[in-house]
Design a protein around this ligand. Structure first.
Ligand code: SAH
Ligand code: SF4
Ligand code: F3S
Length: 428
């Protein structure tokens, strides 16, 4: 069968789609060049916010006409929504044929081979599942993801992830080292380690800092990154490791969520604003040029105007390079969704807009402060606008565009920043 995978959500889903692709190829199926050519469409879905789910449901409904034209077309839904909604997805008019939860991907190929499955939804959770021995088929040719852990045990009160992804489990370090080595043999030079909370990685006595030190020795590798860090688990030892290891990039994504202690407490985040600010100071002391990115969640139940202002104030104090800003979306089954103190939608939207506007200003200032500096760009592709320009990323995770030619793709280029927008460095 020719299959096409469409991915929504976080990098974990991107990595899972690459793994599912490998599994399907191993079973004798072939990737379709585009969706129109596919006999099987796999939607890998996200449940983190209502909006994410609505988008996918809309997409699936859109495929109805395709099914009418081609009755043999099969649609599978996998990922967090498949886990959360299970059988309910099968009841949609749009004709979903299969549903696979996040721990059931190893059944996919076998079930598809069977023409008349007795059952068509597999959503059992398996808290031991780490998909041992499956090498992903990576889509990007230069930057690769390597999953180091699955699941999450933190139960932040707004978040659905622990319910759909199950308990936290770390992959054996030897498997991770092997996978990074194999990726470098395929030409990957920039690897991002993935987990919902990589700082609590723990396997066979190895913690995250020791794993990083080991990976730092893999020589063909140029750049090592990781997401996501959790402020309650980011240790001094890890900060020192980042400072010591030459391949670890000068960037950390450290979700702050809120700048208010009461809100952070009610979010069950396990830290206060002082602790967060101290961490930033320690990071900047150990790694002076470190770029900082974050997630900010506004409109959490009961958030007062004053508490929201505390978030804006902490953002002003810290001056993040970039922030992903979200408005709170109640998720069925989570603690915060039960609160009777929900903030009206308009107010949530208003706060979101204020947060975005503030950050845009800070980001522009941050990016413009790079003008005149020399940066190292890992060239990944032509730029989106023109084939006379190439684009890539700096070590500190900023997109850079420069005039160049195709032979630079896949190499490191030294460039000088001559201009900047709130999102791109223009280089020479
Ligand atoms: N494990 C990571 C990522 C979790 S999901 C972490 O802890 O940071 C990514 C981001 O989505 C979160 O950081 C949070 O800001 C946002 N998010 C999670 N649940 C949400 C919800 N119910 N409504 C709005 N945003 C949410
Ligand atoms: Fe969700 Fe919190 Fe886990 Fe992140 S750490 S995935 S926000 S429960
Ligand atoms: Fe979404 Fe699942 Fe990732 S809910 S954010 S795809 S872990």
């Amino acid at each position: 069968m020719r299959f096409f995978v469409e991915t929504y959500g976080c990098q974990m889903n991107v990595a899972d789609s690459e793994m599912v692709t490998s599994m399907l190829i191993q079973a004798g199926h072939t990737p379709a060049t585009n969706i129109d050519d596919a006999q099987l469409i796999v939607f890998n879905t996200c449940s983190v916010r209502e909006h994410a789910e609505q988008r996918v449901l809309g997409r699936i409904a859109n495929e109805k006409h395709r099914k009418q034209q081609n009755p043999d077309l099969k649609i599978a839904v996998v990922g967090c929504m498949a886990q959360r909604m299970g059988k309910r997805l099968m009841e949609l008019e749009s004709g979903v044929d299969f549903v696979f939860g996040v721990d059931q991907y190893d059944k996919l190929a076998e079930i598809l081979a069977n023409d008349s499955p007795i059952q068509n939804h597999w959503t059992e959770m398996d808290n031991e599942q780490v998909y041992h021995g499956i090498l992903p088929t990576r889509l990007n040719r230069h930057c690769g993801f390597v999953t180091v852990m699955r699941g999450c045990d933190n139960f932040c009160s707004y978040c659905i992830v622990p319910y759909v992804r199950g308990r936290e489990r770390s992959r054996p370090a030897s498997d991770i080292v092997k996978e990074v080595e194999e990726a470098t043999l395929e030409g990957f030079r920039d690897i991002t380690l993935l987990g919902q909370n990589v700082n609590s990685y723990q396997n066979e006595g190895m913690d995250f800092a020791s794993l990083l030190r080991e990976l730092n020795q893999i020589d063909p590798l140029w750049r090592l990154r990781f997401v996501t860090s959790h402020p309650k688990d980011l240790s001094d030892n890890l900060i020192q490791t980042m400072a010591d290891c030459d391949k670890i990039c000068e960037h950390i994504h450290l979700p702050m969520q809120s700048g208010d202690d009461d809100v952070l407490f009610r979010m069950n985040r396990g830290y206060g604003s002082r602790h967060y600010y101290d961490l930033i100071t320690r990071l900047r002391t150990a790694i002076p040029d470190i770029a900082l990115t974050t997630d900010v969640l506004v409109g959490f139940p009961g958030e007062t105007e004053r508490q929201f202002e505390n978030t804006l104030e902490l953002m002003r104090q810290i001056q993040f390079d970039y922030a992903f800003c979200f408005k709170y979306s109640p998720r069925e089954g989570t603690a915060a969704a039960k609160s009777t103190d929900q903030i009206p939608e308009e107010l949530r939207l208003e706060r979101l807009q204020k947060t975005i506007d503030l950050q845009r200003e800070i980001t522009l200032h941050k990016f413009r402060s790079q003008i005149g500096k020399r940066v190292e760009v890992y060239v990944e592709d032509f730029s989106r606008k023109s084939h006379e320009q190439v684009s890539g990323k700096t070590r500190d995770f900023k997109i850079a565009v420069l005039s160049g030619t195709s032979d630079q793709i896949g190499s490191l280029v030294e460039a000088k920043v001559i201009d900047a927008t709130a999102g791109t460095l223009i280089c020479l």
